[in-house]
Design a protein around this ligand. Structure first.
Ligand SMILES: [Zn+2]
Length: 367
């Protein structure tokens, strides 16, 4: 099913015109409202009017995470990037580079306005429906317990905005945390609610798997230790397998710091083990980019009415479609902390062929 057929199926030529129109107005907006971007334009002798085509983006140097960090060393944690009055930035967050092993001495901060939030919700609604979530579904959104509170606020795609997506789609969303020593609770809650779908990360799913271990006969018993009282007993005699959890579809959210490429072998393995359809969702939080697979699962669709994605070589020049390079993202709708040519450092290629699902928006192929 398609949430927004007018946009999602828009003929390629019309889509490219819309994208270019949005790019030009966003560049004007950013130049007029962000000291950070204005400075970069001026230092490189670029005027907003110089960006007439997508190819002209090459004139603008790539933005690295290090440059954003350096900009924030002046005491303004937005690094002069905030384009709206502070009171309009309803949510300010610091997406980590590496959640498990943070090595950064200064955070990179992003923010959203109410309009930015509405756009993200629209994109995620398209994504969820594209990945087969239907009205009436129960959707479990699972994150790590130690992320739970911060995550609800720092990851727009995962917790904070999903009830809004559920409201639009007519789904019920069950937020749930996973605390590894107490994974039985998560498993128990899954069995209790019997959700149709789970949105989680591959590491969380692997943790659940490790608690659903088969014995010599191929049966499985949940065996978990809890730190103070020893073996968890509630589930002791229950025979449960990953399939027994009953998920019809599993959406694996891959944040930039936990990037996992879904190979067809791995997808088949997970699908067989869980008896579910497996989908990938690439999550680049600080650009508000969420790229998802359709039923064809031949790459991650990126909404080109809202983004320009480029694949570039070592000099920041655009390579041909199908050639590998670094994934660079320009956000065309964000009004709080927009970004032009952010280098994600992710290796990928791009295809703009119309997909078998009918959508005309480009697909990112991770490699
Ligand atoms: Zn498709």
């Amino acid at each position: 099913m398609i949430w927004n057929p007018k946009i999602e199926l828009m003929p390629r030529k019309d889509l490219e015109s819309l994208q270019l129109k949005n790019l030009r107005s966003q560049i004007d907006y950013i130049y007029s409202n962000s000291l950070f971007h204005q400075r970069r334009f001026d230092e490189n002798g670029i005027k907003p009017g110089d960006i007439k085509e997508i190819k002209d983006l090459e004139k603008i140097p790539l933005i690295s995470r290090g440059e954003l960090q350096d900009a924030a060393r002046n005491g303004d944690f937005y690094g002069d990037r905030l384009c709206v009055p502070e009171s309009d930035a309803i949510m300010t967050f610091a997406p980590p580079e590496d959640f498990f092993y943070p090595q950064e001495d200064i955070a990179v901060v992003a923010a959203v306005t109410p309009d930015d939030q509405a756009k993200v919700v629209e994109h995620l609604t398209r994504d969820w429906m594209m990945m087969g979530i239907s009205p009436g579904n129960l959707v479990q959104v699972l994150c790590w317990a130690y992320e739970a509170l911060g995550f609800a606020f720092t990851n727009p795609s995962h917790n904070l905005m999903t009830p809004s997506v559920g409201k639009i789609l007519g789904c019920r969303v069950i937020p749930l945390e996973l605390f590894a020593p107490d994974a039985a609770r998560t498993i128990f809650m899954g069995l209790f609610f019997k959700p149709d779908a789970i949105v989680t990360s591959e590491t969380s799913l692997m943790t659940l798997e490790s608690y659903l271990m088969p014995d010599a006969e191929g049966n499985v018993t949940v065996k978990v230790m809890i730190s103070e009282t020893g073996e968890w007993t509630v589930m002791e005699d229950e025979q449960i397998s990953p399939k027994g959890m009953g998920y019809e579809r599993i959406i694996l959210r891959s944040p930039i710091y936990e990037q996992m490429v879904m190979t067809e072998g791995r997808r088949r393995e997970l699908s067989k083990m869980w008896g579910a359809e497996i989908y990938s969702l690439l999550d680049i939080q600080d650009n508000l980019l969420y790229a998802a697979e359709c039923e064809a699962r031949k790459g991650l669709h990126v909404w080109e009415d809202a983004f320009v994605v480029e694949i570039v070589d070592g000099d920041g020049k655009q390579v041909n479609d199908g050639e590998a390079g670094k994934l660079v993202v320009t956000n065309l709708f964000a009004k709080a902390t927009p970004m032009i040519r952010y280098n994600t450092e992710i290796t990928a290629s791009l295809t703009k062929e119309v997909c078998s699902c009918g959508r005309t928006h480009a697909r990112i192929l991770l490699s």
